[in-house]
Design a protein around this ligand. Sequence first.
Ligand code: UDP
Length: 254
Amino acid sequence: MKSRRRIYEGKAKILYEGPEPGTLVQFFKDDATAFNNKKHEVVDGKGVLNNRISEFVFGHLNNIGIPTHFIKRLNMREQLIKEVEIIPLEVVVRNIAAGSLAKRLGIEEGEVLPRSIIEFYYKNDVLDDPMVSEEHVTAFGWASPQEIDDMMALAIRINDFLSGIFLGVGIQLVDFKIEFGRHWENDTMRVILADEISPDSCRLWDIETKDKLDKDRFRRDMGGMLEAYRDVAQRLGILTENEPVKGTGPRLVK
Ligand code: UDP
């Protein structure tokens, strides 16, 4: 195979130089990490599922006019994307209390929030991605006030759209994390959705049983991570019942 220039390697994905200027190839790895890489396993087949689920979500978002970096899926593990300059923020949208919000504010997991809440975290592994306010974001120049407005408006549209899609297949969208990037078209720049949306970056609960169908299965040592991701893919109609995304179970990396 022709060797490609690797642009960036993260915990769950690798970015390679794309076939044309302004494009990249996003490769989904099987690595599962949590707690800033302190917990790390390889879950066979996770990358394949996340590639498909993220393709489904980004494809629909493109179709309803939400600008994203996604161009097309190339194969089982790779997608062609537009090159962007990543804004160094994790934007979290919450509908139901869970995870760090439940812990920080002493709210019971599962409590429906009075309204959807948007939070910003500064992407910095050394600092463990601290939560920051809009004041910090603008004061330190991570994003402009206009970019904050754009990210928040897009986040709300994405939340509404995804909540509906998941509700239709019996899943509650509890919360999720998204990332944005700056994309230049000729001389104009606009903020577009980047990264991925998958059970790695969302909390998804079965609406009846409240079963967790997301990365909390890994974070909380519950087992059944791959099966849960496959369930999400099957419910969304991405995988047929018999399509094999086989796993040999998690392998400890360190
Ligand atoms: N999340 C993520 N990457 C991170 C941190 C959080 O994708 O580095 C997602 C997480 O899956 C959840 C949402 O963002 O859907 C909110 O996570 P939370 O702040 O509750 O943190 P956690 O409990 O995961 O540490």
